[in-house]
Design a protein around this ligand. Structure first.
Ligand code: UDP
Length: 462
């Protein structure tokens, strides 16, 4: 069976956003480290951002080859175009390998792209959905999709109690559920994936069993119903594995940057700072931060009197001039960095984050305490777990205008880095780091699940 491994070929299809490319590319790399042939399919305009030596890369089209989503007239039009043109061009990739030594046996697709399962069926090959949210968030979407919860989920006064989840107020819910009108096209796409999940051969999830034990335990009640007879297969955290487990061959970075990172400069600057002294600030790849919030972050960082590394993306022009002029050596402001490498640096002691799922998994895997400043989507729910379930950080409170003030931010930073709660947070952070490492190390829960996935493909290959 060992010799057959190279003949098993998994095509991994990603949605073309940074927070989706990273985990799916990492999954492809994990398969490659197990000597399975893995190819990542992504759009023409994101293909050039991928640097992978162990994984093949194939471009497909979403119908907007120059700039993707930004060129589309609406989210709805974009998703429809991706379905039509993406199905056709994905099929062309499968046909390309049809008569080769390694025809494609399985498509692992970003769960948002439900049409990829139809392509897999058209060719009579396996299809697996990859969930890029936490299992807990998935379970909520599933309940909406199956009519167990109705929209909008408004729990202003009475917290919501759901199997396997902590009690949730409105401010803890994914924004698409609390304010369904905020982005109807994305909400429709998210919910659609839960209608057809049980048609998949696997439903993989970028999380690990120990992290979401409660929702996992409740699976007889919820997840099992959610997925028909197929269990949710936890295969994460899908973060660069070399840092976590030296035994797994792999890169120390994801190998995909849609924006050019400020490379060595960050590392050189971090090297000048004492251990666990630096605040790292990033709001991921999607969130658009209002100018008054940027202002307050600047005030909070200044007030903390701690060194900081702040990823501002295109918000650079929103920075207050006096702040920029006074940064000096205390702070480094960059447009984009290699976040995983930064978080892994010993100088970093605190992560102010928007709580995107990848950022959360990265912080947990590298043992960095969190100040949660969620913006939208699944981020409020992730923030709730950070503070109350995993207890690896605190959530900053918003004022009446929906802004986290500089004073509040400074208070939270002190709390996780030096305050009374910091000792407990530091202990928890180390604990989760070990659990994450164990899950992906040889014989760990996620590693075993990936092995089982591969063995089933090998058996089918005969
Ligand atoms: N990221 C990065 N450099 C940055 C900021 C973010 O490499 O300067 C990466 C980060 O490591 C993560 C991804 O971008 O893997 C963002 O995904 P996440 O789910 O955290 O947030 P999203 O961008 O989807 O809101």
């Amino acid at each position: 069976m060992e010799n057959q491994r190279e003949r098993v070929h998994v095509l991994v299809l990603t949605y073309p956003a940074q927070g989706h490319i990273n985990p799916l590319l990492q999954f492809a790399k994990r398969l490659a480290s197990k000597r399975v042939k893995a190819t990542l399919a992504t759009t023409h305009y994101t293909v050039k951002s991928i640097h992978a030596t162990t994984v093949g890369v194939e471009p497909i089209s979403d119908g907007f080859d120059e700039g993707g989503f930004k060129q589309a007239p609406s989210v709805k039009a974009y998703l429809e175009s991706f379905k039509t043109v993406g199905s056709r061009t994905l099929a062309e990739v499968i046909l390309k390998y049809k008569d080769s030594e390694s025809p494609v046996n399985c498509i692992v697709y970003d769960s948002l792209l439900t049409w990829a399962l139809d392509v897999a069926r058209q060719f009579g090959i396996y299809g697996a959905a990859m969930m890029t949210n936490s299992a807990s968030v998935c379970s909520m979407y599933w309940q909406i999709n199956h009519g167990l919860l109705t929209l909008p989920v408004n729990q202003e006064t009475v917290p919501l109690t759901l199997p396997g989840l902590p009690s949730l107020a409105s401010s803890d819910l994914p924004s698409f559920l609390a304010q369904p009108a905020s982005n109807p096209a994305y909400l429709a796409a998210i919910l659609e994936q839960f209608g057809s999940l049980n048609k998949n051969d696997w439903v993989l999830c970028n999380s690990f069993e120990e992290l979401e034990k409660e929702v996992f335990k409740s699976r007889s009640l919820l997840l099992r119903a959610m997925l028909g007879l197929w269990p949710l297969v936890m295969i994460g955290p899908l973060v660069p594995s070399a840092y976590l487990d030296q035994q797994i061959a792999g890169d120390s970075a994801y190998g995909a940057n849609i924006w050019e990172p400020t490379g060595d400069r960050c590392m050189r600057w971090l090297a000048t700072k004492p251990e666990k002294s630096v605040i790292y600030v990033s709001f991921g790849s999607m969130a658009d931060i209002a100018a008054n919030q940027v202002d307050e972050i600047a005030r909070g960082l200044k007030a903390s009197e701690k060194p900081f590394l702040w990823v501002v993306k295109e918000n650079e022009n929103k920075l207050p001039v006096e702040f920029v002029n006074s940064v000096g050596e205390t702070g480094l402001v960059v447009r984009w960095c290699n976040q995983f490498e930064v978080l892994a640096h010993q100088a970093v002691g605190c992560f102010i984050t928007h709580c995107g799922w990848n950022s959360i998994l990265e912080g947990l895997s590298l043992g960095v305490a969190v100040v949660a400043v969620p913006q939208f989507s699944d981020q409020p729910t992730n923030a709730k777990f950070v503070e109350e379930v995993w207890e690896v950080g605190v959530r900053a409170k918003k004022n009446k205008a929906g802004i986290v003030t500089g004073e509040e931010l400074n208070k939270c930073v002190n709390e996780v880095m030096d305050g009374e709660r910091s000792q407990k947070i530091k202990r928890n952070v180390s604990k989760w780091r070990e659990f994450a490492k164990k899950a992906v190390s040889a014989g760990g829960s996620s590693d075993k699940n990936i092995d089982e996935f591969v063995v089933r493909l090998l058996k089918a290959d005969g």
